[in-house]
Design a protein around this ligand. Structure first.
Ligand code: FES
Ligand SMILES: [Fe+2]
Length: 352
């Protein structure tokens, strides 16, 4: 028998102990580990209309207020004014300089301090510590990822590239009308657990079940994430896959990517829905959706059609599970070896 918390053999394994969903100390320890991960920052089209975009969610993930600027390129900067710590920007805007609203210090879009009122007599000023600190930023097919000294990330992007890299992701357009922000009374990992299996689709999502071929639904594991492939029952609402696609000839309705810890990239024939799972506390989680359109004529159809309804159904389940895992009668369950490989993979990552 394996002495690991989650046995690598799914047939022998027991699910994650309920303390992962209910105990403050376990929650804090897990979330502290997020600071070394890369996180989704934005799609480049979110910086078309504006050139300054504060990234509130990064504060939850890495403990640092950050913002993006677009000038000759994209930069991820600290959103903390170097004078007395005010947040430099609290909403998206277009500006040629960043101006702190507290005492008027200005910074270039590259983060360099430009001007500060009433500081004429200050010695050795400005110095390099008066500039806004710059964070790591990576760009992949129009998606920007940021981190604070994060560890490596390249492998899972190569995985996604090989599968959906043929899509013109870079030119997808941000659609603010598809933005959603929800708060639910549940631990973030329960939301991820639920996302990582299609097992519940026939029981929870009647309409989605009519679109997807349940028996063909596939789950693929890779380092740092999980891909679920939804196969359409009909031929109407699927991708027109080019020959270069490894899935050419199949009726694919959706590619559901999850990357540790809380990023979901859902590719549909109409475009991309990015979902961020943002931990607020041990039993409270914010879910943020951003939508990026590829083909307007395919909106509202197929597996990616009724997203609000599916979301509501999932949230109802996840909140009820939170109440369940707090019970004294429940600690751990078992996995279905055919339907819960994604959940098992995630639990192995969490437990290590
Ligand atoms: S805190 Fe920004 S100018 Fe004073
Ligand atoms: Fe669901």
């Amino acid at each position: 028998m394996s002495d690991e918390l989650i046995d690598p053999d799914i047939r022998k394994a027991h699910t994650l102990p309920s303390r992962f969903y209910t105990e403050e100390s376990v929650f804090s320890e897990v979330v502290a580990g997020f600071s070394k991960c890369w996180h989704f920052a934005a799609h480049v089209s979110q910086l078309t209309e504006h050139n300054v975009l504060p990234l509130e969610h990064m504060e939850r993930f890495v403990g640092e207020p950050m913002l993006l600027t677009r000038d000759d390129g994209f930069r991820c900067l600290s959103n903390v004014c170097t004078h007395r710590g005010m947040l430099v920007s609290t909403e998206a805007c277009s500006a040629s300089v960043l101006r702190c609203g507290y005492h008027g210090r200005t910074f270039g879009l590259d983060g360099c301090m430009r001007n500060m009122p009433e500081f004429g007599d200050v010695e050795s000023f400005p110095g390099s510590s008066d500039n806004l600190r710059e964070f790591d930023l990576k760009r992949w097919n129009g998606l920007l990822f940021a981190g604070n000294g994060p560890s490596r990330f390249a492998d899972c992007l190569a995985e996604i590239e090989s599968r959906v890299g043929w899509m013109p992701i870079e030119s997808f357009e941000h659609d603010p009308s598809r933005h959603r922000s929800y708060e639910i009374d549940a631990n973030w990992a329960l939301y991820v657990d639920n996302y990582l299996e299609g097992f519940h689709i026939p029981y929870v999502h009647g309409d989605l079940h009519e679109e997807l071929d349940y028996d063909s639904y596939r789950t693929e594991l890779f380092e740092g994430g999980v891909l679920q492939v939804g196969i359409a029952r009909g031929t109407e609402s699927c991708f027109e896959l080019p020959e270069s696609s490894p899935d050419h000839g199949q009726r694919i309705a959706a590619y559901y990517y999850w990357l540790y810890p809380g990023l979901m990239l859902n590719f549909y024939p109409w475009g991309l829905s990015v979902n961020l799972v943002i931990p607020i506390s041990v039993n409270r989680t914010r879910i943020v959706y951003h939508g990026f359109i590829w083909d307007h004529s395919r909106l509202g159809k197929g597996a990616g059609g009724g997203l609000d309804k599916v979301e509501e159904e999932d949230q109802g389940i996840v909140e009820a599970v939170q109440r369940g895992v707090m019970s004294g009668t429940y600690d751990r369950g078992r996995y279905s070896p055919t339907k819960e490989t994604g959940v098992h993979h995630f639990h192995r990552m969490l437990a290590s």
